[in-house]
Every structure is written in structure tokens, then in C-alpha cells.
Design a protein around this ligand. Structure first.
Ligand code: ADP
Ligand code: ZN
Ligand code: ZN
Length: 849
């Protein structure tokens, strides 16, 4: 193929299309779909990805420029990932280059030249071929490619490191072979000396001459260099195992480095730095675990998933299992089957730093076959894990949302734990949701997706229950009881309005206070959750629980201190902040917000000597701090673990018998139509932390609106009733899952200009939708619908001196809302250019505040 279609790394709308480049003769064999290349663009050289290769038709421009350089030998992206990127760009209205970039590790985005050196797989190769196992490279059998291979290895070895360009020029016709050597670990690709990644290396030693010459040298060795002779004789004896670790040689023979140096000066041996993979979990012992005998519920679920796995057919399952039902054990055993099929598995977790126990369980079962893509790894460490995956050295990749791009070639299973978590949605471009990407990717590979949660997202649950013909619709599997047979903890709701009435102005109710006292006496532990997301301020009456809400949108109004008024962040409705409660006339009406620090101070005052571990963004910013704090708590170095949502997730401590939620309502009143759903999820999660083992658990949920259905149903552990009620609200107000949303955000330095342009956009959008016959049809009976709300000021109205406005598109059915939103943005390109307007689209937004 002579023409390459390249997406260049110039992330603006005007360049968001493939550009044609000539593939020079010398690169023909090397360049593939997914290759990263350097190409001339304007007056400079930029990076790009090859997304297609086509023959010359003769109609191309004469001015086609050739690709300048190939940046890696093994393309960082496979063809299926390139295809996935294309799909993502359309699905999330994002630039193609951003979709491609998000799939490769940051380390590969640098401009540094690539070098090739020898890998350490040669030893393994030789050992394996001796034992008769199937190997990639057969030693001893002479063929042309065998000769070339030896030649290449010798060439690289003699130079230590060869620039990639040099190697491809020297062996232009052996691209396939060199790629094979790279994938087999015989050769290594790196960013060489200036490498900001600082590859970890090991000093090793090898013969510099062939065996015959070495034996020859041995016979005529000068008598005074006995030690050197000893080393040489030893190396010859061990010739099958060369190169060997220098350390090993020195300690076995008890010789000094100077001795080796002498040999090196005679040209008989070479020492070199061989790269070793950095394993971030190196030195950590993981308790090995054996598969458990599944309970009946688990067995049923397992049979279903495994059935589909054996058919090697695409399928999506929604596993709704209560906290402690043993979902993880099901994951582990299905992965086991997947590995036995010689396929690979991806495990997605909401935030890997918060799930050390999850990592432990996977490492415990699968050991070295697991790569952990930890967000707090260094760039180099992450690159190593990525490469282990690509080279097939591991079978399981576990990580947060971007692990969905783990470059496995035989993907069989993708597991997404806590599928309802918002962190699966990326908030920067490309604003993808890992759940949708997982389903798409699994489809490409005929793989199975398992979405697990105790509180599935309404979108997933609704899709599963409505049994549509959509092939993406998940099949519902349920595990309603705990695997160990213990009951879900008793949850008591405490009405904080009553507390105030009885003269208790503290943030702790009498019941929670007493509970804490008892735990301190008995030496048991408590988890306290301060339910606070973002820094939203809403107005609430402490006497009756009244919260100011928008009459149009059914979300709480946000308090604006400067103007002393309340505003709706969806539609723009505004009213003056009340002095007294409009419902009960009380003066105890004020805007809300309590910090963890204040709770900590109050605890210290009420319970002198109490030991508290506070876990929030302030105390966990350092690498490894989460793990450290949790370890301290597990070792019972504290009585109370106090924190934000971080304390709710996946933790399993035997001595925690009390869980307290300081104010359940604070998330309920965020200006977000998912507020009730998120509150229900959080309460269910945190309640699941108590009494997981022998000791029974107790949960206190403090609330000013205890009659709210999300609090009531959470206290009964009743997901289905909650969903039924919540779906009614969503249907009445036309929110997902009954429609889909696109959030369009505009920003500009000058407010009047911004408002004018945002209004322009909305107007054009409406005109177009009207012309297509879509507009205004958003009621609950029509299959196709399209509606636009706004423009209004964004919840965060100014960031970095730029004002922000937004509008929200609601749509469903066959209307091409994404295409229209994007096309309208394109039509405003002139404003974007001339006025420095920024427009960004968020398809299926999760964060609405
Ligand atoms: P989930 O992930 O659904 O919250 P876990 O997988 O953490 O639940 O399981 C809860 C507890 O039950 C764990 O301590 C786990 O070891 C135990 N467990 C799970 N399955 C079994 C089983 N089949 N037999 C015995 N114990 C089990
Ligand atoms: Zn009131
Ligand atoms: Zn409103």
C-alpha cells in the first residue's frame, strides 16, 4: 500500500480528518494500521496515527508528502483499537486524535527517538526449545530467516542500542521478523538514554566472542590472570544460560568486578545493562487463594456467564448482587475459565487507589498473571504494565476506566465492578463512558461483559428489565443474599429535626452519640461518613427539612452568596433567598455544608482521647496514603474512620460494627437529577460496610428528610422499590433512562459576547431540529424526541477568568442529536476562531453541576 491515511496530533476541529501521506519504499513493510509516525504538517513535523492504508489510484495530488519517520516498530495500536477510536469519536463527538491518544500510555506520546536493544527472552527461548515446548524461534534449524534473525541479534548486541530508524534502514525487508522478535521479548524497544522513564536495568555479562574463540583463548591464558581464566571457564561452562546476571557471577565465583573488567578489556566478554520490568507490587506477598465452593446463587450466575463464554459469543450481563453476596468470587472463577480458553480478561474498578483489597484478591488468585494499571504508578511503571499486556505476558489487567483499552489481542471477558460509579465517565475529551466502550470492545472480540453492582445504575437496570431487542441490552442476573449467610445490617434513620426540637444542636444525634460511646467501651470500630459532594450550597430549613427547589426542574436551587439569591442550574429560574422558611416559618433556614475537619474537631471535644483517621482529599493526596490510612485502621490504630464517599467503597473490616452517616440529605439536594439515585447508592454502599463478619452491625443514618424515598428504601435494602419510584419521577420529568442528554458548554472571557454566541448556538440548533421535524416532541408517548433547555449560566459560572454558559439537549429515538449538536458547533467555527469562543460537548453527561 502506498498511501497512508493519518490522523495528526493537532487537536483542533479543522484538522479532525485523515490526511494522505506517501509511504516511502523503505517503510512499506513496516507501516501498519495503528502505527505512530512523524509527518510533515505545515512547516513542522507532527506526530500522527495511521488509521488506514490504501493503494495509489493515480488521482492523488502530486504534492503528497512522504511520511518522515516511523516512531515504533510494533504499532502501539491494533486495528481493532483504531476502529474503536473511530467509534468513540462519533459516539462522544470528540476529536479523533484525542480518542487515539487516550488509548496509549503517556510515555508513548513523547517525541524521543526510539531505540532497539536486546531483551532477556533469549534464555527462556533456549531453555524452552531444549525441553521440546513449542517456541517462537527454533534454534539450530537453519533457514534464511533463522540466519537473518541471528544477524539482527548480533547487530543489535554489538551496538547495545540501535536507533529504530537505523535498524529499519538496514533490514527494510524483514519488518515482520523484527516485529516478532519484539513481541517475543527477544528485542526491546525503548526511548533510550534520555528516556524520562528511567527503565530499570540489570547489569549482565556475556561472551563477546564465539565459543570456539573463547575455548581457544582459555588454552593460552596468561598464568598471572588466574581469576580471569576462572571466570572465562565458568562462562563457557554456563554458555547455554548466557547472558547472566553480573551479581550472580560475582557471588558464585567470589571474584571482583575488576576481574571482569580485565576480561572485558581483552575483548573476551561484554557487560551490558539489560532491562528488567518494574513490578510495582514486587516484594509484596499476596496470600494465595483457592476457588471457593460456590453457593447456589453464585453457581446459577456463574453457569450463565460461563455458558456464553464457552460459546465465544458476545453478551452483556448485569449482575445485581447485594453487598457481600460474593460477586468477586464469581468474577474470579469466570476469569479462570477465560484464561483456560487461552483468552484474556479486563477487570475495571471505579478507582484503583480505593480498592487495594480488590487488587489483593486478584493477585492472590492469579499472581503474576495480573497487570495492575494503577493511576498512581509512575509513567514508566504504567508503560511496563501496558507492555506486559501487549506482549501477552499477563492474562488479566485490572485498573480504572482507561484499562478498558488494555491492548489484549484475545479478549474474552470484561468485568466492570460497581458499574454505577460516576468515575467510569471521563470528564475530559474524549468524554467516554467505560461501560459503553467495554460493550463495544467486547462486541469486536466476541467477548462477554459482566456489569456488577449492589445498586445498578438506572440506565443499566432499565435496559435489562425492558428486554428490548437491543443487542446491547444486558441480561439480568441476581444474587439477593449474602454468601456467608449473615444478614444485612439493621439501618436506623434518625430524624434530625426532632433532635433540634429537643434542644440538641450538635451534629451527632443522641443515638449516634450513644453508639459511638458503646463502641469505644467495647473496643470496636466505627465508620463515619460525611456525605458531601462538590461544594454545592443549598438552602434547607433545620426545623422542617424544607429544601428550596426549582418549580420547573425538580432539582434543588443553588445558593449564590454574592447576589443572595437562589438559582436553578438547568433552566435559569431564580428567586431571592428566603429569610424564613416558606413552609413552617422557622428562622432556622440556612445554606448547608459541613467539612470533615469540623466533624473531627467535634469528635475530639465530645470524646476526649478518641483516635480518628480522617480520609478526604486533603489527607490522601500523597501516593500510597490511602493504603496507609486503611492499613492503620485495620490494625486498630484508630477508633473511627471518618471521611467522604471514599470510606464507603469496597472496604471490609471485621471489627467495624457501627456506621454513621452524618447527614444523608446533603447529596440529595445537589442540583442533579441523579441526586436521589446517588444518595441511595451511597447509603447502600456504606451500610454494607457494617457487620460483614461475626459481629453484628448497626447503621445510623441522620437525616432532615427521613421520609424521602431514597433514604427509606436504602434503610430497607430495597433496591427494586427504590427503582420503581425513581423511574416514575424520571418518566414524568423526562430524564434518562427515558431520554438521553447532551450538555453543551460555552466559555468566553466576556460575558455579553458569551451570552450572544450561546444564544446563537441554541437558536441555530432549534431551527435545524425544527426543519427536521424533531423539535418539541419530547413527551412520554413519542418514540423520537428532541428538546433544548437553556442557555443558562453553568453551575461553575467562571473558571480561569472565562465565563461559562451551557445548554442541555434532551433526545431519544432515531434523531441524530449528536450529529446535529456537532454540526451546529462547526457552523460557529468562525466565531470560535475570531472570538476565541470555546464550545464543548458532553454526550450522556454524568456531572451536571
Ligand atoms: P461482594 O463483592 O458481592 O460484596 P464478596 O465477594 O466480597 O462480596 O464476598 C463477601 C464475603 O463472602 C467475602 O468474605 C468472601 O470471601 C465470602 N464468600 C464469597 N463467596 C463465598 C463462597 N462461595 N463460600 C464461602 N465464602 C464466600
Ligand atoms: Zn421549615
Ligand atoms: Zn429549573
Amino acid at each position: 500500500m502506498e498511501i497512508a491515511k493519518v490522523i495528526v496530533d493537532v487537536p483542533v476541529k479543522q484538522t479532525d480528518r485523515p490526511f494522505d501521506y506517501l509511504v516511502p519504499e523503505s517503510m512499506r513493510e513496516w507501516i501498519e494500521i495503528g502505527s505512530r509516525v512523524g509527518v510533515p504538517f505545515g512547516h513542522r513535523t507532527v506526530q500522527g496515527f495511521v488509521i488506514d492504508l490504501v493503494p495509489r489510484t493515480g488521482t492523488e495530488s502530486f504534492k503528497l508528502k512522504p511520511i518522515q519517520e516511523l516512531l515504533d516498530i510494533v504499532p502501539p495500536l491494533s486495528e481493532d483499537l483504531v476502529e474503536l477510536a473511530e467509534w468513540m469519536s462519533e459516539r462522544y463527538a470528540s476529536n479523533r486524535i484525542m480518542s487515539l491518544q487516550v488509548m496509549v500510555p503517556t510515555a508513548l506520546k513523547g517525541k524521543a527517538e526510539r531505540y532497539i536493544s536486546l531483551g532477556d527472552a533469549l534464555d527462556g527461548q533456549k531453555a524452552a526449545s531444549d525441553s521440546g515446548e513449542e517456541v517462537l524461534f527454533v534454534w539450530g534449524e537453519e533457514s534464511t530467516s533463522e540466519k537473518v534473525q541471528q544477524d539482527i541479534i548480533r547487530f543489535v548486541k554489538s551496538r547495545g542500542q540501535v536507533p529504530l530508524q537505523q535498524l529499519s534502514r538496514k533490514y527494510p525487508n524483514h519488518a515482520a521478523l523484527i516485529k516478532k522478535l519484539l513481541l517475543g521479548g527477544v528485542l526491546l524497544e525503548s526511548q533510550a538514554i534520555k528516556d524520562k522513564l528511567n527503565k530499570k536495568t540489570m547489569k549482565s555479562i556475556d561472551l563477546a566472542v564465539d565459543v570456539a574463540a573463547a575455548e581457544e583463548a582459555l588454552t593460552s591464558f596468561p598464568a598471572k590472570a588466574q581469576r580471569q581464566k576462572e571466570v572465562l571457564a565458568f562462562l563457557l561452562e554456563m554458555k547455554e544460560l548466557l547472558p547472566m546476571a553480573m551479581k550472580e557471577l560475582l557471588s558464585t565465583l567470589q571474584v571482583s568486578a575488576a576481574t571482569v573488567k580485565g576480561l572485558e578489556e581483552k575483548g573476551l566478554v561484554v557487560t551490558e545493562d539489560v532491562e528488567v520490568f518494574r513490578d510495582p507490587y514486587q516484594g509484596r506477598k499476596f496470600r494465595a487463594t483457592e476457588p471457593l465452593n460456590l453457593t447456589d446463587e453464585q453457581q446459577h450466575v456463574y453457569n450463565n456467564i460461563n455458558g456464553r463464554l464457552q460459546e465465544r459469543r458476545h453478551g452483556v450481563f448485569l449482575l445485581h448482587g447485594v453487598t457481600g453476596s460474593g460477586k468477586t468470587e464469581v468474577y474470579l472463577q469466570t476469569i479462570q475459565r477465560c484464561i483456560e480458553q487461552d483468552r484474556q480478561a479486563i477487570v475495571l474498578v471505579p478507582e484503583i487507589a480505593l480498592t487495594p483489597q480488590m487488587v489483593e484478591r486478584f493477585k492472590g488468585r492469579f499472581g503474576d498473571q495480573v497487570a495492575v494499571m494503577h493511576s498512581r504508578l509512575s509513567g514508566g511503571e504504567r508503560y511496563d504494565e501496558w507492555r506486559k499486556i501487549r506482549e501477552g505476558q499477563v492474562k488479566v489487567a485490572i485498573g480504572a476506566r482507561s484499562a478498558v483499552f488494555a491492548p489484549f489481542s484475545r479478549l474474552g471477558l470484561i468485568i466492570m465492578d460497581e458499574e454505577h460509579e460516576t468515575s467510569y465517565k471521563q470528564e475530559e475529551t474524549p468524554k467516554y463512558h467505560a461501560r459503553d466502550v467495554a460493550v463495544k470492545r467486547a462486541q469486536q472480540h466476541q467477548a462477554v461483559v459482566v456489569l456488577g453492582s449492589a445498586t445498578p445504575s438506572l440506565e443499566s437496570y432499565y435496559a435489562a428489565r425492558s428486554q428490548s431487542n437491543d443487542e446491547f441490552a444486558p441480561l439480568l442476573l441476581e444474587m439477593p443474599t449474602r454468601a456467608l449467610g449473615n444478614k444485612l445490617p439493621e439501618v436506623r434513620i434518625v430524624d434530625m429535626r426532632e433532635e433540634l426540637k429537643d434542644g440538641n444542636r450538635s451534629m451527632f444525634s443522641r443515638a449516634l452519640h450513644k453508639g459511638l460511646e458503646e463502641r469505644l467501651e467495647r473496643g470496636e470500630q466505627t465508620v463515619l461518613l460525611l456525605n458531601r459532594r462538590g461544594y454545592s450550597t443549598f438552602v434547607m430549613c433545620r426545623s422542617c427539612g424544607y429544601v428550596a427547589g426549582c418549580p420547573e426542574c425538580d432539582i434543588s436551587l443553588t445558593y449564590h452568596q454574592r447576589s443572595n439569591n437562589l438559582r436553578c442550574h438547568y433552566c435559569g429560574y431564580a428567586e431571592a433567598a428566603p429569610e424564613v422558611c416558606p413552609d413552617c416559618g422557622s428562622e432556622h433556614i440556612r445554606y448547608f455544608g459541613t467539612g470533615t475537619q469540623r466533624v473531627e474537631e467535634e469528635l475530639a471535644k465530645l470524646f476526649p482521647g478518641i483516635r480518628v483517621i480522617r480520609m478526604d482529599v486533603d489527607t490522601t493526596s500523597e501516593k500510597g496514603s490511602h493504603e496507609k490510612l486503611l492499613k492503620q485502621f485495620r490494625e486498630k490504630k484508630a477508633d473511627v474512620l471518618l471521611g467522604t464517599q471514599m470510606v464507603a467503597k469496597g472496604l471490609d473490616f471485621p471489627d467495624v460494627t457501627l456506621v454513621g452517616v452524618i447527614t444523608a440529605d446533603s447529596a440529595l439536594n445537589l442540583p442533579d437529577f441523579r441526586a436521589a439515585e446517588k444518595t441511595f447508592q451511597l447509603l447502600t454502599q456504606v451500610a454494607g460496610r457494617a457487620g460483614r463478619h461475626q459481629l453484628p452491625g448497626e447503621v445510623f443514618v441522620q437525616s432532615y428528610t427521613p421520609e424521602h424515598y431514597s433514604i427509606g428504601h436504602a434503610s430497607q435494602h430495597d433496591y427494586v422499590s427504590f427503582v420503581r419510584e425513581e423511574l416514575l419521577h424520571r418518566r414524568n420529568l423526562q430524564y434518562p433512562p427515558y431520554c438521553r442528554l447532551i450538555l453543551v458548554t460555552f466559555s468566553h472571557e466576556q460575558l455579553p459576547v458569551l451570552i450572544r454566541l450561546a444564544e446563537n448556538y441554541t437558536r441555530i440548533l432549534k431551527e435545524q431540529a425544527n426543519a427536521a421535524g424533531w423539535l418539541g416532541s419530547l413527551d412520554r408517548f413519542s418514540n423520537d424526541a428532541f428538546d433544548v433547555l437553556g442557555p443558562v449560566a453553568s453551575p461553575i459560572p467562571r473558571i480561569k477568568n472565562r465565563y461559562r454558559f451551557q445548554c442541555m439537549i434532551k433526545w431519544r429515538g432515531d434523531v441524530d442529536a449528536i450529529g446535529l449538536a456537532l454540526a451546529t458547533a462547526r457552523r460557529m467555527d468562525d466565531d470560535v476562531q475570531a472570538q476565541k469562543l470555546q464550545i464543548s460537548l458532553d454526550v450522556d453527561p454524568q456531572m451536571l453541576m
